[in-house]
Design a protein around this ligand. Structure first.
Ligand SMILES: CC(C)(COP(=O)(O)OP(=O)(O)OC[C@H]1O[C@@H](n2cnc3c(N)ncnc32)[C@H](O)[C@@H]1OP(=O)(O)O)[C@@H](O)C(=O)NCCC(=O)NCCS
Length: 377
């Protein structure tokens, strides 16, 4: 047996620090920092665009810088006509995440700076991607519903434009506030699976579109960003609040996972949950939201009593997105609309680190098998 097979495997790379980062810190005891700022000090006090700026420049913008950054984002929201056509031609039956993954890759074909990999080119590319992912999502949603897609307007902020393009109406104040908070809370989260996927791709010196495409494919899975859609399926499946306990008991008795619960890093409540729960509480004047919220509170108590685990970001975010009128199959695409800022910043940080991310594995197969030519097998 060779030395190679003696390596220890860290299953799931649990607790393995794969690189250094200055973008965000996930503290297992239940706090989250963006470039040194506790998210509790940011949520409700800044705009999503400030967070995207913070990730890219690693400092908060002043008013002049924010105005310029926001107007750059809005001016980059228009998609190449080929991408719009391609979105319109996708079958209505395929999942929106499949379309988003393909169209982000497609955007790479139209990058105005071609293969330039300078820092400045990548910063501009990051801004284009942060601006265009929401437009892909809005275009897909509108075209699936045979509705026209409004053009971005200079007198709306970036987040207002996203709402306007998705819903086709002037952005509502309350909904804009909710969307800012949701986008801030989803913007980055350490070395989660999709960010790691983006960094692995970037570590080969591949381009940012490839890195973000890898990330989207990874976020799609129900153990990661796809959990929100499953949360809503569960909430819809529980016909009445009174049936929550029985339903959850049934899942746990069958050793099934409760979607929107548990976390690889946090040993306490996910610090994003209290903000998301608060957002939903403020939306409880809407009857459907109130009913979903009541189910959520009961589920949370039941799961905690049985398993001592807490809800993660996807649990209450599902209800908040539902209140914004987002259909459940668009929850993960909405997640991408904000996480793209984290992915782009991590891609740039990985280029700076300039090291190939390439772990080893422990070989547990056979050695010395006698070769048999094909005609004798
Ligand atoms: C997020 C997640 C993948 C983390 O996984 P992980 O770090 O590998 O942790 P494990 O899956 O090994 O879980 C550890 C223990 O908690 C339990 N657990 C974790 N999440 C659970 C959940 N959602 N429902 C029920 N039990 C859960 C596991 O069954 C396991 O129990 P055991 O030790 O008795 O076997 C996992 O919690 C999960 O699948 N959650 C549901 C999907 C989800 O909401 N994903 C979004 C994440 S932000």
């Amino acid at each position: 047996m060779s030395e190679e097979t003696e390596r220890d495997v860290v299953r799931g790379l649990k607790d393995v620090a794969a690189a250094e980062t200055r973008i965000s810190y996930v503290n297992p005891s239940g706090s989250l920092y963006y470039v040194g700022y506790n998210i509790d000090d940011l949520v409700g006090r800044i705009y999503y665009a400030e967070v995207a700026y913070l990730f890219l420049y690693r400092r908060l913008p002043n008013q002049r810088e924010l105005d310029k950054f926001s107007s750059d984002l809005v001016s980059q929201m228009v998609l190449p006509s080929e991408v719009i056509e391609s979105i319109r031609s996708t079958p209505k039956t395929c999942h929106p995440m499949d379309v988003l993954r393909t169209e982000v890759s497609h955007l790479g074909e139209f990058d105005p700076e071609g293969g330039s990999q300078t820092m400045n080119a990548n910063m501009r590319r990051a801004i284009r991607l942060i601006a265009q992912v929401p437009t892909i999502v809005a275009t897909l949603y509108r075209s699936r519903n045979d509705l026209p897609v409004p053009r971005p307007k200079d007198d709306y902020t970036f987040v207002e434009n996203f709402l306007h393009m998705f819903k086709g109406t002037a952005p509502d104040r309350e909904e804009t506030k909710v969307l800012h908070r949701l986008m801030i809370l989803h913007a980055d989260h350490g070395f989660n699976a999709s960010t790691f996927a983006a960094r692995v791709t970037a570590s080969t010196n591949s381009d940012m579109y490839s890195a973000v495409t890898s990330a989207i494919g990874t976020l799609k899975g129900p153990l990661h960003g796809g959990a929100g859609e499953k949360v809503m399926e569960m909430l819809d499946d529980i016909d009445m609040e009174e049936h929550v306990e029985e339903y959850i008991q049934g899942l746990l008795d069958d050793n099934k996972k409760i979607m929107g619960f548990g976390h690889r890093v946090y040993r306490a409540e996910d610090p994003r949950t209290k903000h998301l729960r608060g957002i939903v509480e403020n939306l409880c004047h809407r009857q459907r939201t109130m009913s979903l919220y009541n189910k959520c509170v009961k589920i949370e108590k039941r799961v905690h009593d049985r398993k001592s685990i807490y809800p993660n970001v996807d649990f209450y975010a599902a209800v908040a997105m539902d209140a914004l009128g987002v259909p459940k199959e668009f929850f993960t695409p909405f997640f991408c609309c904000s996480r793209v800022s984290g992915w782009a910043a991590h891609t740039i940080e990985q280029y700076e680190d300039a090291v190939l991310l390439r772990p080893s594995s422990k070989y547990v197969g056979e050695f010395g098998r006698p070769f048999v030519p094909i005609e004798e097998r």
